[in-house]
Design a protein around this ligand. Structure first.
Ligand code: SF4
Ligand code: SF4
Length: 179
């Protein structure tokens, strides 16, 4: 298998610095609006901040993979005297909650690290975070050359149809194809 070098991108979250201002959500939603910057609805953001001022909890979480089935996780975590559930940290767009779903189509949202051409110096949420909570990092890694199997695409589309129905999937594809 051919090995290639690529840039691995990540965002380090220092939750203790988060003030719950939600600037990251607004910046992400505006950057991903179509046309770009035409709206800034935070419910379309690929980062969501869990905020509970009474308990002093401010936890930014990035949207990760879509999952067709909810998990059975019922664990609770106490960190620095604050109690969290499994779901608080979970990045999945899952059937048991509304987090990380496009509000109109209900299709899953996933962080794409603000991919653009030409590439941005840093993701928008990092750029607009006023308190240094989010820190962008890049490092070079060696990986196997990616091969996209058509079977993987089939499985993904099947999962989407299974979850959201063929009509919603087709309407969304048609909408995106016009952009
Ligand atoms: S990196 Fe970009 S896509 Fe991901 S949450 Fe931040 S602003 Fe949104
Ligand atoms: S912009 Fe930064 S400080 Fe504000 S809510 Fe988002 S992560 Fe927290």
């Amino acid at each position: 298998m051919t090995r290639v070098r690529k840039i691995a991108k990540s965002i380090v979250i220092n939750a203790s610095k988060c003030i719950g201002c939600r600037a990251c959500e607004v910046a992400c939603a505006a950057f991903h609006a179509r046309p770009r910057y035409s709206s800034s609805n935070p419910s379309r953001a690929r980062i969501q901040v869990l905020k509970d001022a009474v308990k002093d909890i401010y936890l930014p979480v990035y949207a990760g993979e879509y999952t067709a089935a909810e998990c059975a996780g019922k664990n609770r975590y106490v960190i620095d005297g604050k109690e969290y559930s499994n779901c608080d940290f979970c990045r999945a767009s899952c059937p048991s909650r509304g987090r990380f779903k496009e509000p109109d189509s209900r299709l899953p949202l996933k962080c794409d690290m603000c991919q653009d051409t030409p590439p941005l110096a840093m993701p928008k949420c990092v750029e607009w975070c006023p308190n240094g909570t989010l820190v962008y990092e890049e490092r070079e890694v060696e990986v196997e050359a990616e091969t996209v199997e058509i079977g993987e695409v089939d499985v993904s589309v099947e999962a989407m149809i299974d979850k959201f129905g063929a009509r919603a999937v087709l309407e969304t594809v048609a909408k995106l194809a016009k952009l």
